[in-house]
Each structure stands twice: as structure tokens, then as C-alpha cells.
Design a protein around this ligand. Structure first.
Ligand code: NAD
Ligand code: UFG
Length: 362
């Protein structure tokens, strides 16, 4: 029996593949490499000493997906595959709805056809929108402030409907806060395309000298030092959370949402200071205006995951920064120098997606 990992070549996917293999699971990876490199999966093998089937296609290709279920004995799916850039989702909303929402419809249809009804889904704290209060519990109002967030919300709603329609399904909606860090080997990590949008990859590229200085987006928030506060979580803690969620769904039915965060928020200035210690580099910065759409503070109440999944983040902020730095220093260009094929960023052909959306029986 194997776990199908969609988007397994990506940042969180690779770290989860390592933990799954280390815990004795067989895995199968599907990825279209639209935002990742094959090299990342070679490194998963390097770290674990294990090989596994890799299928390179787009999840919108229903027949290809059915072939994976035909050729492997899949017991559960961890569904990471998705596009995740908020700004890009505002510019190309149809791409995001097709890639994230329609592909999940297709995935669930194929799962249903093969009677595989255990699913762990990558949701996000973005479903809490501009939070009314922190720390955020799972019963906080759900809303979306951009097309990316709306895809997560739509998928969550769809998966709740699916569980209502058929009690055989068991689904965990994992709402990640801010994943950072890298595997302690320094061999896998986050390899963003172009100039990073997120704080930690930006800071680490300033430290390595690829970017000149960090732009701090606002120092006038109602927070302790005026900069934005977030719940940064080590990606290996997150990966372990998936293993615990997998155990949970295999012994229960229905749908549950879980916050995967540490419960502790750090400001931008605190992150700069922690990274300077970890890297022994100075991070020059300028204060800019607030970034549109940003919230002052966002951090989790992680108690539900601790109680129901037996999972709690254990790695602190210094380890997150040290592991990020080890990865960045050892791989200044991410995976790119090891792979001549750069990720292709292009919207899909929508009529093809619509065709493939037809149920198998039609
Ligand atoms: P990532 O881009 O590194 O990984 C996603 C992987 O999915 C990539 O390898 C990409 O090539 C693949 N993919 C995308 N669309 C696909 C498709 N249609 N068919 C096949 N493969 C496809 O991103 P990540 O940071 O590892 O995030 C994984 C998941 O977690 C995403 O769904 C993301 O929305 C969610 N998430 C991420 C964060 C974060 O800050 N990293 C926060 C909250 C939620
Ligand atoms: N920040 C800077 N400078 C930068 C980048 C970020 O000052 O160059 C600040 C932001 O203003 C924010 C904090 O650093 O206060 C964290 O920003 P990130 O972009 O790293 O993370 P966000 O919390 O804004 O966004 C992340 C994901 C989104 C997701 C959101 C909620 O990137 O996809 O969490 O889950 F929607």
C-alpha cells in the first residue's frame, strides 16, 4: 500500500516525502514540475536511501491520474499540488481556479472511482482572511481576500460537501501558518522562482548577497515593534504533522480542519535579528509602506492538532533560521544549477481542463 503525494517535488512536499519514507511508508509522487525541479526528488532519495515512482503530468489530466491508481495500490492521498502566489492569483485568477480547484475535483473523482477515500489537503491560514482575533482557532470565520485564498476556501467547502454526501470519506484540512526552514541535511529547501515574495527566502537571499536589502513592509502596525507578526513554523514540523494527520484519517471518517502553527508570533524585526545570529551576516533593510492586503498579526491556536493528532511543533526560531541558512549557503541558486530545465510558468489550456472535468462514466 502506498501514499500518493501530489506536488511531492515542491517545498513542503519534499520534506513530507522524507518523513513518510523514514516512517516506513511507500510513496508515489505526481508533479507537473511547474514550480519545482526533478532534482528535489533525487535529493529525497539521497537523504532517505529510497526510491519511489515519480509521475510527471498535470493533475488536470484525469486519464493519467487514473493510470497511477491502476498501477499502484494507493491507500491515501496527501494533496500538496497547487499554485500559491497571491499576486499571481490576482493577475491570473482563471489559472488558479483551474489549477487548484478543478484539479482537486478531478483528483477526488479518480479517488472515488478507485474507492480511495482518505485525503490530507494543504489548506492555509489564508482562509481566516483578516483575522478578528489572535490566536486563531479553527472555528474562526472563514473568508477570502484574493483568488488564491478563495481556491483554498472553495476546496475546503467542496471537501466538506463530499464528506456529507458519503460517510466513507475521511479528510484532514491542514491550515498551515508560515512554513520556513529546511531539512537539517541542507539538501532540500525552498527554491523560489525569481525574486521571493515571502519574508524568509528574501532575508536569506539578502544574507547570501543575491539581493541588496530587505524592504520591511510597514513599521506602523499595532504590534509590539510596529512590524507584521506571523506564526513561522519549521517545515519539518509541518511534514511530521502530515504523518500524524495521515494516521488520524486512517482511523476515522468525516472532515476536520487543523491549524498547523506553533502558537507563537514573531515580528519582521525579530526575524531579521534571529537570521543575523544564525547566518552571522548583517541584513540591511529599508522601511517601506505597508504591503496591500497584509494583516498586522496572524498566529495559530494549535491546541486542536495537539489534542486530536498528537502533534505539536518542536523546532524553535533559531533552528528555523539555521536550517534555512544551511540550505541557502549550500545552494545559493536553489536547485537551478543542477537542472537545466527551469520551471515553466504558463496557464493551462482551459478547454482541455473542462473536457477532462467530465465524470469518467460520461
Ligand atoms: P510548491 O510550489 O513548492 O509545491 C507545489 C508543487 O505542486 C510543485 O512541485 C508544483 O510543481 C506542483 N503542482 C502545482 N500544480 C500542479 C498540477 N496541476 N499538477 C501537478 N503538480 C502541480 O509549494 P509548497 O510551498 O510546497 O506548498 C504546497 C501546498 O501547500 C500548496 O497547495 C500551497 O498552496 C499550500 N500552502 C503553502 C504555504 C507556504 O507558505 N508554502 C502556506 C499555506 C499553504
Ligand atoms: N514582509 C516584509 N518584506 C518582505 C516580505 C514580507 O516586510 O519582503 C513582511 C510582511 O509584510 C509580513 C511578514 O513579512 O508582515 C510575512 O510575510 P510573508 O509574505 O512571508 O507571509 P504572509 O503571512 O504575508 O503570507 C503567507 C503566504 C500566503 C498566505 C498567507 C496566509 O505567503 O500565501 O501566509 O497563510 F496566504
Amino acid at each position: 500500500m502506498a501514499i500518493l503525494v501530489t506536488g511531492g517535488a515542491g517545498y513542503i512536499g519534499t520534506h513530507t516525502c522524507v518523513e513518510l519514507l523514514n516512517e516506513g511508508h511507500d510513496i508515489v509522487v505526481v508533479d507537473n514540475f511547474s514550480n519545482s525541479h526533478r532534482e528535489s526528488l533525487q535529493r529525497v532519495t539521497e537523504i532517505t536511501g529510497q526510491t519511489f515512482p515519480i509521475y510527471a503530468f498535470d493533475l488536470l489530466e484525469k486519464e493519467e491520474l487514473a493510470r497511477v491508481f491502476e498501477e499502484n495500490d494507493i491507500e491515501a492521498v496527501i494533496h500538496f499540488a497547487g499554485l500559491k502566489a497571491v499576486g499571481e492569483s490576482v493577475e491570473e485568477p482563471l489559472w488558479y481556479y483551474a489549477n487548484n480547484v478543478i484539479s482537486t475535483v478531478i483528483l477526488c473523482e479518480v479517488m472515488k472511482n478507485y474507492n480511495v477515500k482518505n485525503l490530507v489537503f494543504s489548506s492555509s491560514a489564508t482562509v481566516y482572511g483578516n483575522p478578528n482575533e489572535v490566536p486563531i482557532t479553527e472555528d474562526h470565520l472563514l473568508t477570502a481576500t484574493n483568488p488564491y485564498g478563495r481556491t483554498k476556501l472553495m476546496i475546503e467547502d467542496m471537501l466538506r460537501d463530499l464528506c456529507l454526501s458519503d460517510a466513507g470519506w475521511s479528510i484532514a484540512l491542514l491550515r498551515y501558518f508560515n512554513p520556513i526552514g529546511a531539512h537539517e541535511s541542507g539538501r532540500i529547501g525552498e527554491s523560489p522562482n525569481g525574486i521571493p515574495n515571502n519574508l524568509m527566502p528574501y532575508i536569506s537571499q539578502v544574507a547570501i548577497g543575491k539581493l541588496e536589502r530587505l524592504n520591511v513592509f510597514g513599521n506602523d502596525y499595532p504590534t509590539e515593534d510596529g512590524t507584521g507578526v506571523r506564526d513561522y513554523i519549521h517545515v519539518v514540523d509541518l511534514a511530521e504533522g502530515h504523518c500524524r494527520a495521515l494516521e488520524k484519517i486512517q482511523t476515522s471518517t468525516g472532515v476536520e480542519a487543523y491549524n498547523l502553527g506553533t502558537g507563537r508570533g514573531y515580528s519582521v524585526f525579530e526575524m531579521i535579528a534571529a537570521f543575523e545570529i544564525a547566518s552571522d551576516k548583517l541584513i540591511p533593510y529599508s522601511i517601506l509602506k505597508r504591503r496591500p492586503g497584509d494583516v498586522a498579526a496572524c498566529y495559530a491556536n494549535p491546541i486542536k492538532a495537539e489534542k486530536e493528532l498528537g502533534w505539536k511543533a518542536s523546532r524553535g526560531i533559531q533552528q528555523m533560521c539555521q536550517d534555512t541558512w544551511r540550505w541557502q549557503a549550500g545552494n545559493p541558486n536553489g536547485y537551478e544549477e543542477n537542472n537545466i530545465l527551469k520551471p515553466q510558468r504558463k496557464p493551462p489550456v482551459l478547454n482541455k481542463a473542462a473536457d477532462l472535468f467530465m465524470p469518467a462514466s460520461k
